[in-house]
Design a binder for this molecule. Sequence first.
Ligand code: MG
Length: 304
Amino acid sequence: MAACKELTANLVHDFISSVDTILCDCDGVIWKNNDSIPGAAEALKKLRLKGKRIFFVTNNSTKSRKQYIEKLLNLGFEAYPEEIICTAFAAASYLKHSLKLNGKVYLIGSIGMAEELDLMGIPYFGIGPDPVKSLDMAEWAALPIDNEVKAVLVGFDEHLSYIKLIKAGTYLNDPECAFVATNEDLRYPLGGKIMIPGTGVIVGAVKQAAQREPVVLGKPSKYLFDSIMQSFEGVTPERTVMIGDRLSTDISMGRTCGLKTLLVETGIDTRVDAKENQKSNSIERQKMVPDYFITSLADLGKTL
Ligand SMILES: [Mg+2]
């Protein structure tokens, strides 16, 4: 069982000395929407000065690595392309290197995902609006189908439509057609009165249409950490910490991979949520308990 203790100033030094690699979630940890979280950049800078290797590990599939670098630099963070572990890149990499895909991708996704597929030289189509034009089912039944599609890739798509669900479900009727999803986060953490459905809602719709389960690459899946270990020498679970604001993704992935885990309270979840999970008898909820929690990255930075 994870300790779920506050990372107080007297514990920071030993904790930081016990890791070489830092996996840092983005939304709710280093930024909120388009604003950086105060003190986050300084904290990461101090960790770099102590020789720590940093990776930005995010489920959000709307941006490519290039777009993430631009955002990080604009918000005053130091960052390098190889440090960006985002699901748009992971998806293209998975299709190319793990599946060795020989065919086209039907993409329900973003421009950022398309950019990563282009960089890997993977042919795809499906991006952008594809609205229903009539209520005539005979027209739907006559939709053109491309026999070269060998995978359906699903991420965040602001143009999700009924026609896209018909197409994705049809391609996935072929058991040889791969089904890959970037992540299953159900809501965007924007706050306020409006609820913004996340990629998980889109993946859920495709799953129901296809009557199949996808390979999911984002947290809490192990895929992102496994791919870091494969690509970078010297990264070990014992000497890596996952810092995140969401218990069900960041902390759960960290626990599943055998990493140290630190919850920051600048995003979705708080110590109260973590303690509630700790009290539960459910194995799933026990995975959503961090080793430590701290108010913010800024608080960590102050003691370094
Ligand atoms: Mg987050």
